[in-house]
Structures are given as C-alpha cells and as structure tokens.
Design a protein around this ligand. Sequence first.
Ligand code: ZN
Length: 184
Amino acid sequence: MAVRSIRIYGDPILREKARPVEETTAALRRLAEDMIDTMIEAEGIGLAAPQVGETVRLYVVNLGAISPELFQDRRGPSLDGDPAHLALVNPRVVKQEGAQTGDEGCLSFPDLFEKVTRPEVVRVEATDLDGRPLEIEGSGLLARVLIHELDHLEGTLFIDYLSKFRLQFLRTRLKKLKASSQAG
Ligand SMILES: [Zn+2]
C-alpha cells in the first residue's frame, strides 16, 4: 500500500481514453489499494486510475464519506470486505435519470469547485478486483461521484461541462494549474 502522486490538470494522461482491464491480477489489486490510500490521504471521495498515471478502466470510491441514504441499491462483494472503499473494474453506466446541479471538484484540480449538472440517479455495473460482478446505484453526491470518475476513463474532465464564458473566467487559474503540473 502506498500513496501515489496525483496527476494535475495539464498532464496529457488525463485526456487519454483508458483501456479495459482484461485480467484481474495482483498488480491491479495493488494499484487499487494504492489508489484508495491516495484518495484517503487527499481527502477525496473518488479517484480514477488515470489520475495516478495508469490508463486502465478502474476507479475507487470512498463510500464511507457518502451518506447512506444516497445508496439506492448495491449488489456484489466489496474490496476485501471493507464496505467503506469500493473498487470498480471496467465500470459502465447502465442507467441515468433526472438532473442535479451542484458544486463539484476533482483531485486533479486542487481547490477548484464549480457548478456542474449531472444525472440525479446513476447505476453502474462493474466487476470487483476478483472479476465478480458488482452493481451500485446512487443518487445525489454518490451519482455525481460514480459518473465523474467514469468520465476520467474517457479522458473527460469536469471542466468540459462548464460554459465558454465560465472557462474564460477561470483561464488564469487553469493556466496556473497547467504550469504547476509541468513543473512537477
Ligand atoms: Zn476527478
């Protein structure tokens, strides 16, 4: 278990499309465990593999940080029996309903929070780290996390949902992030 460095906006890996996981290996499990450590240390509620430099279809969610009434449904084993942390392998959205608008952030954009509209309810199917099927459906913040992390696997970032006007307003801050990402 180890904390990995989080890639910051401007790093081209964040724009790559992640490839499917074809085999659940010990290396994949190690990556997921490192991602959980990294997410907790950064006080995040979700983290996708490309954010630590691995372009595979895997993300983790800190379910312990999400209030229980947002869980609509949940089936399948969780990571090593720890219900607080979930690793989703090859996730796909099988249902999205409604709309919610609220503040959203991203560990690859330190200190940036912007209003983003997302579905109110999201259901994701995936497998766990042993290849067993897993389904989770959530509303509110949980729906937002489930779909935000999935976007990372497509190279989509939350700022892509902002208006041109808003992006223009944020131009200097985004430039600074890019510069910090290139510096280190
Ligand atoms: Zn993010």
